[in-house]
Write a protein that binds this ligand. Sequence first.
Ligand SMILES: [Zn+2]
Length: 278
Amino acid sequence: MEVKFFDIHAHLNFKVFQNPEEKIKENLSQGVWFLNIGTCKSTSKEAVRLALFDGVWAGIGLHPHHTWSDLEDPFEGKIEKEEFFDENFYGSLINEKTLVIGEFGLDYFYFDNLSADKIKEIKKRQWDVCESQIVFAKKHKKSLMIHLRSKDESAFEDFYSLVKKYLPIKANIHFFSGSKEYAKKFLDLGFYLSFGGVITFKNANEKREVLSYVPLERILTETDSPYVSPEPLRGTLNEPKNVKIILEKIAQIKNIDFEVAKETIFKNSIDYLGLNQL
Ligand SMILES: [Zn+2]
């Protein structure tokens, strides 16, 4: 198999990309393979539709923001609410190009102005929706694409206690933003951790320290397009081809050869996605 760049987590399925087929072809021609990741019913359906190209796969799932929030997404527009995980709907999107369930997980980041009761209610719903998707992924033998975010590490701790009941399971913590302590806890469960544009930012020394701690054999690369473009492209729409910049940064931080990093992360991606069994 020819070694490619791998963007494990992109959203060319979002509305901001007005001609996604053209965008996809353009990115494939740069030697990058990628997954478009769904966050709700409509974006999951679109991710599956766009997986018609060789080298492009899909993730389907229900992001915690869609289960409660009134947030407006700068790229996706108004967030559609789905209060529970509709297994029949998402089940109808499973096919051989649907490789992961997610993104889903726990997000406690926007709780500042909420009452304690409201927070309790939202957390309970996030837990239920998260657990249904772990069960769903196990049933369909798919890997997990996990989103975790909180100002302290409570989302990491809560997810860790929840997922431990379902081992063994293949998972990636996308855009890993936790401490070394939580990196170790998830690595001990056999999980992958993916890194994106933040590691190129000037003020991200802590993130780079966590990255140097994680063994190369457990690292995946991502862009989270259209969000979080790496330096020096900040402020532009991110695209899968920019994963090359992330890879360069990883090789530099770990002081290893670029080609070695590329090959190892390609292998990790194939293993995480189960593509070596196809
Ligand atoms: Zn994402």
